[in-house]
Design a protein around this ligand. Structure first.
Ligand SMILES: C[S@@+](CC[C@H](N)C(=O)[O-])C[C@H]1O[C@@H](n2cnc3c(N)ncnc32)[C@H](O)[C@@H]1O
Length: 349
């Protein structure tokens, strides 16, 4: 069977993807993963033969989806890899903006070289796959796997002696090269690409712009959990900057602030007419509460159930794993009109 590669996405659903997919009704043939992140749920859904549409506001996540979900066959071969790592590192956008901010100057120059080489690959799929792998390499080199640390802390955690004294772990992988990590993962990513004989599509937009233009049997909602560590722009915006070679702006509708969360959920739920089943992931340590979410969902359907199970998010940088109860809200949209298009077409004939 095909295997989801090591993506390491904060808030991912890799460990519970099977459990979530097991709840899907049998008549469902298409799924829209509206906040797809590292695509763990989309990948499991693709494996099960559904047609999958993904969306995420971050560019890097679009590339993960384009490489692993929309792409059914294209992989990186030996020549592509040679091309990516050919030439001499130079002082470009990453060097100018992020030397001694997130990486050492020499490392930034390497990133500038790799970025310009990725542009020379001969297909969009290859570029996306290269970005997904370069992301993996950048994350491996970054303490705590997120770009919300300051340089002093990064230096400290990349100091292998210090790390060993303090944590009894050298974390030597932070000091391996980007190329090392890329090569270590490339086979696994290539092998994860497969054809499920469906027209899978990856989108890259604010969900509030896109939602009314996509139609599927199921919508899966896995938004940032308000009240927990959920600043996705902070975690990964740096990789978007690398991809676009410019500083990107933080995005709105980010579910960070508690004062906006209820309004955002209410607005989101009001736009889900195109989906017969709604699946929403949330947990017991986030805001709004299960009861408040139920109240909001019940405005649109009387057919709402919540199932739950234990799920621990490993938060690197925190001493203990947080104990968490994961909720899955399952809604049957009673206002959904499956045949409206067909009825219209028949009437025309
Ligand atoms: C909890 S994560 C999804 C994790 C994913 N299910 C996985 O398994 O990897 C939430 C995602 O929502 C995205 N996001 C936040 N606000 C968004 C918005 N307004 N529109 C689209 N995506 C958004 C973030 O970039 C983040 O990737």
């Amino acid at each position: 069977m095909f295997k989801y590669p090591k993506v390491n996405y904060i808030g991912n659903k890799e460990k519970i993807a099977k459990w979530i997919c097991d709840q899907f009704p049998e008549d469902a043939k298409t799924l829209f993963d509206a906040f797809s992140g590292g695509c763990s749920l989309s990948y499991e859904t693709k494996c099960r033969g559904l047609e999958v549409y993904t969306n995420d506001i971050l560019k890097v996540n679009y590339h993960i989806a384009n490489a692993l979900i929309q792409n059914n066959q294209i992989v990186l071969d030996k020549n592509d890899i040679e091309l990516i790592f050919s030439g001499k590192p130079f002082e470009g956008f990453m060097f100018e903006n992020y030397a001694n901010v997130f990486f050492f100057p020499e490392e930034c120059k390497e990133l500038d070289l790799y970025r310009s080489n990725i542009e020379k690959l001969d297909s969009k799929e290859k570029k996306s796959l290269a970005f997904a792998l370069m992301r993996r390499a950048m994350i491996r080199k970054m303490p705590y796997s997120r770009f919300t640390l300051n340089w002093d802390k990064i230096l400290q955690l990349r100091d292998e002696e210090y790390s060993y004294q303090k944590y009894k772990r050298k974390r030597a992988y932070h000091n391996e090269s980007f190329k090392h990590h890329f090569l270590e993962n490339v086979d696994e990513y290539n092998n994860a690409i497969f054809d499920n004989r469906k027209n899978n599509v990856a989108y890259n937009d604010d969900i509030f712009n896109l939602i009314e233009n996509v139609k599927a049997d199921i919508i899966y909602l896995d938004p940032p959990y308000t009240g927990t560590m959920n600043n996705y722009f902070g975690f990964y915006g740096l990789i978007d900057d690398f991809i676009s070679s410019k500083k990107t702006e933080p995005f709105e509708n980010n579910f960070v602030s508690k004062s906006e969360a209820i309004l955002l959920f209410d607005k989101l739920f009001s736009k889900l007419n195109n989906f017969k089943y709604w699946f929403l992931s949330y947990n017991n340590s986030s805001y709004p509460s299960k009861e408040e979410l139920l109240y909001l969902l019940n405005k649109y359907s009387d057919n709402v159930q919540v199932i739950e199970r234990k799920h621990n998010y490993q938060i690197t940088g925190k001493n203990k794993k947080e104990t968490n109860k994961e909720f899955l809200f399952i809604v049957k949209n009673e206002l959904y009109q499956e045949n409206i298009k067909e009825i219209y077409v028949t009437a025309e004939l």
